[in-house]
Write a protein that binds this ligand. Structure first.
Ligand SMILES: Cc1ncc(COP(=O)(O)O)c(C=O)c1O
Length: 378
């Protein structure tokens, strides 16, 4: 094997993902100020919604975030590795059998989702000879994770089940936070009633959208995820959050079509007479969803060009017939996500939600992180 030096990674990359950590921090700060005196956590599961835990967590920690939330233990370990020692790391996915010692060894707080989780944590606390901190999840209408009504009654009827469990937070999760739904007030009522029957501890209710329902939804700790990364938490109104990512992909080739012809797999698009098709170095393997076939738009120097034909694994074809030749030269970059096409717009074109666009962001992208500005000196 020779170790010949390689060219600039940016020159070799099919697509460039630019992540604005300053915008992520500004979004968190906006929510922190909105909910104060409640604490504002940061949900950083799924690799900080695709943006990268290793960069997002230190940036948010530097801004003052002290509680990070993930879905699984190994995600929590990755956060622990880059978070300040004093930060809390919560793992939503309960206590998988036999893993309790891992949680204590790495100071990760399990979110206990059912009586079995509580019993396992209690047994571990007994073996350790000390009370152990945890979060307990009460289901108020999701029917997904958390103690259901029967389990809640059992717990309330026998609070000895909590001996050795240092409940730091009672939490629940909204089902319809991004809508003006009756479910929101119903879940609020159920949560208030549940925590009123349980020993006093802090409480956590709202995700990103829940925060915007007002202070009654804030309790002691809010858990925003998507809004930190620029997804609109108030879909019925304009987006109060800053965009955090930009995705540009390389234009590989331009094909002049001068007679009726089809484009791409399945020949689903037909160029009627004359046209110009540009091929771009991104595909569904990068998380540019196949459902954007014939529906998405890219931007060439700010001018929209529709995706035509099927999105394939590594390539997308766009109709650039309306653009002058000099605007579509191979090697140039075109905007897929950015000021002209925010994440939520790409998502609606692809028939999905911003969360899925973000968490699908591909591993092949060349990533460029823009650091937050240094804190202002008082
Ligand atoms: C329990 C829990 N809390 C908070 C969040 C963050 O939600 P959002 O990204 O809508 O702010 C999630 C995300 O799915 C979650 O499952």
């Amino acid at each position: 094997m020779t170790s010949a030096p390689l060219s600039d990674p940016l020159a070799r990359a099919g697509a460039v993902l630019t992540i604005d950590l300053g915008a992520v921090v500004a979004n968190w700060t906006q929510l922190r100020d909105r909910v104060a005196p409640a604490e504002c956590a940061a949900v950083v599961k799924a690799n900080a919604y695709g943006l990268g835990v290793q960069r997002v967590v230190p940036a948010l920690a530097a801004a003052g975030c002290r509680t990070f939330v993930v879905a699984q233990f190994d995600e929590a370990l990755a956060v622990r590795a880059v978070a300040p020692t004093e930060a809390r790391v919560l793992s939503l996915g309960g206590l998988p059998a036999g893993t309790a010692p891992d949680f204590t060894a790495h100071r990760i707080l399990p979110v206990l989702n059912h009586l079995g989780d509580i019993a396992a944590w209690q047994a571990h606390a007994k073996a350790q000879g000390t009370a152990l901190p945890a979060v307990v999840h009460i289901d108020t209408g999701m029917n997904r994770l958390g103690l259901g009504p029967d389990e809640l009654d059992t717990l309330v009827g026998d609070l000895s089940r909590l001996e050795g469990v240092d409940v730091q937070v009672w939490m629940t999760h909204l089902a319809c936070a991004d809508e003006d739904s009756v479910m929101n007030s119903q879940q609020l009522g159920r949560f208030r009633s549940a925590i009123g029957r349980l020993p006093t501890a802090k409480a956590s209710f709202a995700n990103s959208s829940g925060i915007f329902h007002g202070t009654a939804f804030h309790f002691d700790l809010v858990r925003p995820g998507c809004a930190l990364y620029g997804v609109n938490p108030t879909p019925a109104a304009s987006n109060p959050m800053r965009d955090t990512i930009r995705l540009d992909a390389r234009l590989l080739q331009v094909r002049n079509v001068d007679s009726p012809m089809t484009v791409g797999y399945g020949a689903t698009h037909r160029v009627a007479a004359r046209g110009k098709i540009a091929t771009i170095a991104v595909g569904y393997a990068d998380g540019y969803l196949r459902s954007l076939s014939g529906r998405g738009h890219v931007f060439v120097n700010g001018v929209a060009a529709p995706v035509v034909g099927r999105v394939s694994m590594d390539l997308v074809t766009v109709d650039v017939s309306h653009l002058p030749d000099e605007a579509v030269t191979p090697g140039g970059l075109v905007e897929l996500i950015g000021p002209n096409r925010p994440v939520d717009t790409v998502a609606s074109e692809g028939g999905t939600i911003g969360y899925e666009i973000l968490t699908s962001l591909g591993a092949r992208y060349h990533r460029v992180y823009r650091d937050p500005p240094p804190p202002e000196v008082a």
